[in-house]
Design a protein around this ligand. Structure first.
Ligand code: ZN
Length: 687
C-alpha cells in the first residue's frame, strides 16, 4: 500500500458544525468540501484514510437558541444534528463517522482528558468576580449579559462582543449590564475556575510551528501573531448547566468550556467509529501512532483553536499525535456581501439540494475555494460555470463520444490500430493527468486541480474536432475506430478523475462506460491504463450535465437582493455597516485630531486596556484604549496618535475615557496604531 511520505495512515477532520442552525455555502466552501475532495482522492490512491466529523452540541449559542424557542437544549441539538447530517449526506460528504458531542462516549472521553491534565497539575485554579443573576440563580456568560459597549457606547452590546464596533468583550467590561434572562441588574459574585496556562506551552508550540513546512501563509501568519503577543491563561471551565460536567466533586454546576471539549469530539467520534467496526481499540492507532498524518480542515475563525490551543492540550496530555497540517480557508461572500445567518442572507444547503443538482455546486465552490483570500459566490457565475464548463466542455466531450459510438459502432468499443501524432498527444495528456491533478489535491490547491482537470477535457474536445471522425468514418474507417477508441479511453479516465469533485456524475459516467464496478473503488494511479477491450459494450447513455436556464436561478438572486434591500432600508444602521454609505455632512461631524501620549499605564485587572494621558494642543485628556495586548505602555509613550475627539465621554472599568484612539487590524491579527507621515503638532485637526 502506498502512503504519503513517512505516514502509514491519514486522519482527516472537518470542524464540528454548531448544532444550532443549518449548514450554508460558506461552511461548505471553508471546512467541508475541500476535506471531502481530499479524502475521496486519498481513497482512490488506496491510502488508509478515515474522515471524522460531527455536531458540536454544547456552548452558549445553543442554550440561548433553546430559550428563544422555548424548548430544551437537547431538542435544539437533536433537530440540527440530524438535519445537518442529512444535508451533508445529500451533498455527497463522505464522512466515515459523523458523531455528536452530547454522546456519552464524548462526555466520558472529554472528562478523562480533563482529569489526566488535572492529575498532572497542568491547570491553575483561580477565583474571580463574575456577573451573577440572583433572580435566575445563575452566572451570566457571554450573551447572557447585555450592556453598553465600553469602546463605542452602543447600548445593546453582548457580554462577548459588541456587534456595532466588533470589539471582543468580557461580560464585566459592559457598562450598565443587564441580564438577558430577567433584565435584572447582575451582581458580582466570586466563582472559581480552572485555567490552562498556555504561556507554559509557548516555547513548545513555537518550536513545533517552526517545523511545519508547507502550511498556508494565512494560517502561519495568524499563529505567529498570537505567539508574538504571548499566550495567556485561558479558562477551561465555566458556570453553565449545559455541557460536559467538570468531573471534580468541588465543581458542581460547572462545565467544560466548549473550546476545550469540542476538539476532543474528533477523538470521541473516532472511538465510536472504531466501536461500530467491532474493533474498539482501533481509534488509538489513528490518534496515538506517530505514523498517522492528522489533517484538520477548518475556516479561518478556527485557526487559533486548532494550531495553538488543541495542540497545547495534546502536548500536555502526551499520548497523541499533533496535526500535520491545518489547511484553513478564508471566508466565502455571497453576491458581493458578507453572509449573515441571522439576516437569512445565506444559501442554505438543505434548500439548495431540494432545488438543484449537487455536482454543479461542488464544482463551482471548488473553483472559487477561498484558499488564499475571501472569495465570492454569485448565482450568475454558478450558472455560467455549469453551462460553459461542465456542460459545454466535460459533458459535451463524453456525450458526443458516446453518441458517436452508439451510432457508428453499435455502442461497442472499436479496435485501435496505428497511432498518429495527435493520438499520441491525447494519450500522453491523460497519462500525466492523474499525477498533476493529484499533486494539487495533495497540497489542497483545488482551484489548480480543477484547472488541470478541465484542460484535459478541453484537449479531448479539440482532439475529437481535429480528427474529424464524422469524415473518417467513411474515408478511413480504421483511423475513425482508433480516434473513437482513444476518446472512449479518455472518457473512462475522466470518469475516475472527476470522482473527488463530482462524485455523482462520476457514478453516472462510469455506468455509461459499461462498468458494473464501483467508480469510488477505482485506483487513481492506474486509471489511464485501464484497458477497454475492443467489443466492450457501453452502458445506456444519458446527458451528463444539463444546461441550466436563467429562470431557474432568478428567484434565488431576487431573494438575496430583497434581503439586501431590506437591510439597507428598514434596519438600524449598526447592522448594515458593511454596505452603509454616509454623507460628507455625517463624516464632518466626527472630529479627528492628533494627540501626543504623555503617560500610559495598564488598567489593573484587565489584560486588554491601557489608560493614556494625552495632549491635544493646550488641552490634556485621559482615554482608555483596548490595545494592551498589542502595545506596552513604553511603546506608546511619546507617540503621536489619532483620536476621535468628540466622542461622548464613557466610563470603562470605572475610568473616564474622553476620546477613542484609531488603529488598524487585518484578518491575520496584524495591528497598528495610525501614524503620521510627517511631524505635525498635537491638537492638529484631521480633514
Ligand atoms: Zn462597541
Amino acid at each position: 500500500m502506498e502512503h504519503t511520505k513517512g505516514y502509514k495512515r491519514i486522519l482527516v477532520t472537518s470542524a464540528l458544525p454548531y448544532a444550532n442552525g443549518p449548514i450554508h455555502l460558506g461552511h461548505l466552501a471553508g471546512a467541508y468540501l475541500p476535506a471531502d475532495i481530499y479524502v475521496r482522492y486519498q481513497r482512490l490512491k488506496k491510502r488508509d484514510v478515515i474522515y471524522i466529523c460531527g455536531s458540536d452540541e454544547h456552548g452558549v449559542p445553543i442554550t440561548i437558541a433553546a430559550e428563544k424557542t422555548g424548548v430544551s437544549p437537547q431538542e435544539i441539538v437533536d433537530e440540527f444534528h440530524f438535519r445537518n447530517k442529512e444535508a451533508f449526506a445529500r451533498f455527497g460528504m463522505s464522512f466515515d463517522y459523523y458523531g455528536r458531542t452530547s454522546s456519552p462516549v464524548h462526555h466520558k472521553t472529554s472528562q478523562a482528558f480533563f482529569l489526566k491534565l488535572h492529575g498532572q497539575g497542568v491547570f491553575k485554579k483561580k477565583a474571580e468576580q463574575q456577573l451573577y443573576d440572583p433572580k435566575a440563580g445563575m452566572f451570566l456568560p457571554d450573551r447572557y449579559v447585555k450592556g453598553e459597549c465600553p469602546q463605542c457606547g452602543y447600548a445593546e452590546a453582548y457580554g462577548d462582543q459588541c456587534e456595532k464596533c466588533g470589539t471582543s468583550l468580557s461580560p464585566t467590561e459592559l457598562k450598565n449590564p443587564v441580564s438577558a434572562l430577567t433584565s435584572e441588574k447582575p451582581q458580582l459574585k466570586e466563582t472559581e475556575h480552572w485555567y490552562i496556562p498556555l504561556g507554559h506551552f509557548q516555547k513548545q508550540i513555537s518550536d513545533w510551528i517552526a517545523t511545519r513546512h508547507g502550511w498556508k501563509s494565512n494560517v502561519l501568519g495568524q499563529v505567529k501573531s498570537w505567539l508574538s503577543d504571548g499566550l495567556a491563561d485561558r479558562a477551561v471551565t465555566r458556570d453553565l448547566s449545559w455541557g460536559v460536567d467538570v468531573p471534580l466533586p468541588e465543581a458542581k454546576g460547572k462545565v467544560l468550556y466548549v473550546w476545550f471539549d469540542a476538539p476532543i469530539g474528533y477523538i470521541s467520534a473516532t472511538k465510536e467509529w472504531a466501536e461500530a467496526r467491532g474493533d474498539p481499540h482501533l481509534w488509538k492507532t489513528y490518534w496515538q501512532d506517530a505514523e498517522t498524518k492528522l489533517v484538520h480542515f477548518i475556516g479561518k475563525d478556527n485557526i487559533v483553536f486548532h494550531c495553538i490551543m488543541f495542540p497545547a492540550m495534546l502536548m500536555a496530555h502526551g499520548d497523541y499525535v499533533l496535526p500535520n497540517n491545518v489547511p484553513a480557508n478564508e471566508f466565502l461572500n455571497l453576491e458581493g456581501n458578507k453572509l449573515s445567518t441571522s439576516k437569512n442572507y445565506a444559501v442554505w444547503l438543505e434548500d439548495y439540494v431540494e432545488k438543484f443538482e449537487v455536482d454543479p455546486l461542488r464544482y463551482y465552490l471548488a473553483t472559487i475555494a477561498p484558499e488564499t483570500k475571501d472569495s465570492d459566490f454569485a448565482w450568475q457565475e454558478y450558472l455560467t460555470r455549469n453551462n460553459s464548463e461542465l456542460a459545454d466542455i466535460l459533458g459535451n466531450f463524453i456525450n458526443r463520444t458516446l453518441a458517436f459510438t452508439n451510432k457508428q459502432f453499435n455502442g461497442k468499443v472499436p479496435a485501435r490500430s496505428d497511432l498518429d501524432d495527435l493520438d499520441q498527444m491525447m494519450l500522453r495528456a491523460i497519462t500525466k493527468a492523474p499525477k498533476e491533478i493529484g499533486s494539487a489535491i495533495e497540497k489542497v490547491e483545488l482551484r489548480k486541480a480543477l484547472t488541470v482537470f478541465m484542460d484535459v477535457a478541453r484537449t479531448a474536445n479539440k482532439y475529437f474536432n481535429d480528427q474529424e471522425p464524422w469524415k473518417t468514418v467513411r474515408e478511413n474507417p480504421a483511423k475513425c475506430a482508433t480516434t473513437i477508441n482513444i476518446c472512449l479511453h479518455t472518457c473512462n479516465t475522466l470518469a475516475v478523475l472527476m470522482e473527488p469533485v463530482l462524485p455523482f456524475s462520476a457514478e453516472k459516467a462510469w455506468a455509461m462506460m459499461g462498468h458494473d464496478t464501483d467508480v469510488h473503488a477505482q485506483v487513481w494511479d492506474g486509471v489511464a491504463k485501464i484497458e477497454l477491450p475492443a467489443g466492450h459494450q457501453l452502458g445506456k447513455t444519458s446527458i451528463l450535465f444539463r444546461k441550466m436556464e436563467e429562470k431557474e436561478i432568478q428567484p434565488e438572486i431576487e431573494r438575496l437582493q430583497n434581503i439586501q434591500a431590506q437591510l439597507r432600508g428598514d434596519v438600524p444602521v449598526e447592522e448594515t455597516q458593511e454596505e452603509m454609505k454616509i454623507s460628507y455632512e455625517d463624516f464632518a461631524k466626527i472630529q479627528l485630531r492628533v494627540a501626543k501620549v504623555l503617560a500610559a499605564e495598564f488598567v489593573p485587572k484587565t489584560d486588554k486596556l491601557l489608560k493614556l494621558h494625552i495632549q491635544l494642543g493646550t488641552e490634556r485628556r485621559q482615554i482608555v484604549a483596548g490595545i494592551a495586548q498589542k502595545y506596552s505602555p513604553e511603546q506608546v509613550i511619546g507617540k503621536k496618535i489619532i483620536i476621535v475627539a468628540n466622542l461622548q465621554p464613557a466610563k470603562i472599568r470605572g475610568i473616564e475615557s474622553n476620546g477613542m484612539l484609531l488603529a488598524a487590524e487585518d484578518d491575520n491579527g496584524n495591528f497598528s496604531l495610525l501614524a503620521l507621515d510627517k511631524e505635525v503638532n498635537d491638537g492638529a485637526a484631521i480633514r
